[in-house]
Write a protein that binds this ligand. Structure first.
Ligand code: AMP
Ligand code: ZN
Length: 473
């Protein structure tokens, strides 16, 4: 079956032809399909928006590997150093900042949040990827690319600042984002007025004089640290070679991070295109105002579980939207996903039918399901096809779902439903008590405000004749 993917580079859906089968590819012979996904910056928990990007990576891996049978090598890096508080090359290092906040070393911050990230992957039934390289363990590889770029005259130094890439020398700089370079040069992209061009970016930063950074390293050009974009160039080249098949990340990476990665890699290795297919995941709208407040600015997989959901309800929820569309996250929508997943589980109970794929591979429903999947991973369509066939009592549907569950869905469809018991936090009970008192005092404004606080914490309060009742929102 042909696999079509939307390639950001060309802004169109294209048939996926791996480099190993591509007659136009002239680089070293490949015996695997190489995929790289920009991994998390481990200075705090990955939120459920970030996890949408890794759920996408999982879908892509499962399709390539289990449905299309390609020998896949899948790399997801861990950014454990030198990532700024903004996409511009200014600001504080996030790990340093969180290290101060948590009172532990930057290395321990990275270790803690990498472990939690891996735990979230497991909770979402996302198996380990083939390689999880850490940026800190690939500093020599990063320095080597910078040295190559220096030798080729692509760089310049700004004293007491860093080594920069001169983007005016890069052929087709900004081709991924279709950047309007002239417009950018007239306007302001970044504040640093010592840069030759607005789009120039740091390859390496020097340690500030008189200041010791926790994660600085010696290099032939003095103490400092390789900057963010270079790490992905270094790790992807090391594990997948200079040119590889697919690179993924969130859409926010298109204009800066991935644009710069292409520039430094293509200039470094002198080969183009660096990556054949670029795939980007649209954002999950987190309904920040309502939900994020209660979770200290973040909503994590742990928060979902604490509210009585299975992480697999979240997995099902992700599948309800196409990865290239915005998806709104609300508790009501997650409830709906949970309800649909549960009803699917109930319909499938006792009907796990393991059959050899050969027995149903020509079944029209199976074909339609795979076509949906191979049409740029159209999961909403896939789910609709399966639901319709199930409702219609299609003969092979149980064997088909059993096979898809094993190889792609991974939604816990043949596991018993566990109804989580909800513990109502004492703070929520206290808010509800205060609200009753405010109502007695006829302070309705305060009562409303307290109700909003309870809602923000994902609970609902209802008046009863004896007082109140708290339920999950
Ligand atoms: P970071 O740890 O900040 O580098 O982000 C990790 C990944 O999550 C990147 O690929 C981002 O593009 C992606 N991402 C960040 N926020 C969201 C969101 N709200 N929805 C989907 N993906 C996101
Ligand atoms: Zn990256």
């Amino acid at each position: 079956m042909k696999f079509f993917v939307y390639n950001t580079l060309n802004r169109q859906k294209e048939e996926f032809v791996p480099l190993m089968n591509d007659p136009d590819y002239t680089g070293p012979k490949k015996d695997f399909v190489g995929v790289y996904t920009c991994g998390p910056t481990v200075y705090r928990d990955a939120h459920i928006g970030n996890m949408r990007a890794y759920f996408f990576a999982d879908m892509l891996r499962n399709t390539l590997k289990n449905i299309l049978w390609y020998p896949v090598k899948y790399v997801v890096n861990i950014t454990d150093v030198g990532h700024l508080t903004s996409d511009a090359d200014e600001g504080e290092d996030k790990l340093e900042k969180w290290s101060k906040r948590e009172g532990i070393s930057a290395r321990d911050v990275a270790k803690k949040y990498e472990e939690r990230f891996r735990k979230f992957l497991k909770m979402l039934n996302i198996e380990d990827f083939d390689v999880f390289p850490r940026a800190t363990e690939h500093i020599p590889e990063q320095i080597k690319i910078i040295q190559t770029l220096e030798k080729k005259w692509y760089t310049y130094s700004i004293p007491n600042d860093g080594i920069y890439m001169d983007t005016s020398k890069v052929k087709e700089y900004g081709k991924l984002a279709k950047l309007d370079i002239e417009g950018l040069n007239q306007g302001a992209r970044v504040e640093n007025d010592q840069k030759k061009n607005k789009t120039d970016f740091a390859l390496r930063k020097f340690s500030p004089i008189g200041e010791q950074r926790q994660m600085e390293r010696e290099s032939p050009r003095g103490k400092g640290f390789p900057w963010w974009h270079i790490e992905c160039s270094a790790m992807s080249s090391k594990y997948l070679w200079e040119q590889f098949d697919i690179h993924t990340g969130g859409v926010d990476h298109i204009p800066v991070h991935h644009t710069n990665e292409i520039a430094q890699s293509e200039c470094g290795c002198g080969c183009t295109p660096r990556v054949k297919y670029w795939m980007h995941v649209q954002f999950l709208n987190l309904g920040w105002k309502k939900i994020a407040k209660s979770a200290g600015g973040l909503v994590t997989v742990d928060d979902i579980v604490a509210k009585g959901f299975s992480p697999l309800d979240l997995r099902y929820f992700y599948m309800l939207a196409h990865y290239r569309n915005f998806q709104d996250f609300t508790i009501e929508l997650l409830e709906q996903a949970k309800h649909w997943r549960h009803s699917l589980i109930k319909k499938l109970q006792g009907r796990k039918i393991i059959k050899d794929k050969k027995e149903f591979e020509n079944d029209p429903v199976f074909q339609q399901a795979l076509e949906a999947l191979c049409d740029d991973l159209n999961t909403p369509k896939l789910l609709a096809i399966l639901q319709t066939a199930l409702t219609a009592g299609w003969e092979n549907i149980y064997a088909i779902i059993t096979w898809l569950e094993e190889n792609f869905l991974k939604l816990g469809l043949f596991e018993p439903i566990v109804e989580e018991k909800i513990d109502i936090p004492v703070e929520v009970i206290a808010l509800a008590d205060q609200r009753i008192q405010a109502k007695k005092d006829k302070n309705f404004a305060l009562a409303d405000e307290l109700r909003n606080k309870i809602t923000s914490a994902w609970f609902q309060v209802k008046d009863t004749k004896d007082g109140y009742e708290i339920t999950k929102a």
